[in-house]
Write a protein that binds this ligand. Structure first.
Ligand code: ZN
Length: 43
């Protein structure tokens, strides 16, 4: 069985809704997209 701690550790990471790539957690960032998609939008 998994302990509650293990359960929370295994929660899915934040994933970019545009391309499905895992987005690194950034404390400053409220954005969901990965860097690549963000840079695309900036153009
Ligand atoms: Zn993306």
């Amino acid at each position: 069985m998994q302990s509650p701690v293990e359960f929370f550790r295994n929660l899915p990471k934040k994933v970019c809704p545009e391309c499905g790539q895992v987005v690194k957690e950034q404390a400053e960032s409220y954005l969901m997209e990965c860097d690549r998609c963000l840079s695309k939008r900036a153009e």
